[in-house]
Design a protein around this ligand. Sequence first.
Ligand code: UT7
Length: 333
Amino acid sequence: MTLFKSRILSTGMYVPNKVVHNRDLEKIVETSDEWIFERTGIRERRISSTEGGEFPSDMALAASLDALKAANLEPNDIDMIIFGSVTPDFKLPNTACVLQQKLGITNNCAALDIAAACSGFVYGVNMADSLVKTGLMKNVLVVGSEMLSTEVDWEDRNTCILFGDGCGVAIVGRGNDGDKSEILSCTLGADGKGAEFFDQPIGGAVNPITAEHLINRTHFMHMKGKEMFKVATRTLADNARVVIEKAGLSIDDVDWVVPHQANIRIIETTAKLLGINMDKVIVNIEKYGNTSAATVPIAFHEAIADGRIKRGDVVLFDAFGAGLTSGATLLRY
Ligand code: UT7
């Protein structure tokens, strides 16, 4: 039941001011700039201030205000906020409600957090697409905002070198008949069998944090990198093919791929599997590392801002993360 077209009206981003270079990490764990850059493509990442002003809702506020301005909308034109994050401001209330208040929205818009890890933004866009197409919502603010620096063990070189903080947003809104831009096709999925490849089992209802966990440092995120790597490339390539086929297009019709930025080798392998030249792939992992739900919207926003992605271009979002969740979107920007 498609009544309306949906399209991306605008985007925004915010990254923390503090830059942490690989060389800074050499002082904390046994690693090297060379190893990190060669194995992951990461050179530096941004880390939020713990003093305030750069928590997930703060970053989302800055990014959302830019996106609202670019779309020529007022905060009260938003009728739903979907907040993708595994590092919410609080357990309660949800961060979408916190953002609603920070934006000064007084229209009682719906506010929902989704915990789909690195696929959170793509999950949000695809859900927003359905809500706009069916006419239930007109303008949905979709956020990917993460402060992973509080969840990684800075003594564990397997994870701490990979992640960073940041936020990207997009407003998904109703399109008009004459618009050439529209969301063409979506896919979402998950495979809970791989849950243990990337988890943080301490701190929830089953295992509340105890002093022992804090002493033994077992409350942080853990990842089996090799297992994640293998599933990631296969899933990213499969989902890309699904949305391209659903839209009745071919791989050659895709102008830009905006993939989740977890590892440059995952991105290159996926591009190879799809037969897509790396010239068409947006990569910014060198500057920000893996910001989970924020990687796709930050990369998308930067490529629009620097003029690479233009209105009318066919763009593929492709994400994969803990859960294991995954999702892809094909759109004409
Ligand atoms: O966003 C969610 C999705 N995230 C992912 O999918 C991440 C996927 N996985 C990866 O990106 C990669 O598996 C990693 C970057 C995490 C690891 O790369 P790898 O090529 O799989 O390295 P490895 O774990 O096989 O380690 C190779 C060697 C080992 O030494 P030995 O056993 O060969 O002597 C490690 O101990 O590199 C060592 N090593 C390090 N050396 C320096 C592991 N981590 C580091 C490090 N610095 N930080």
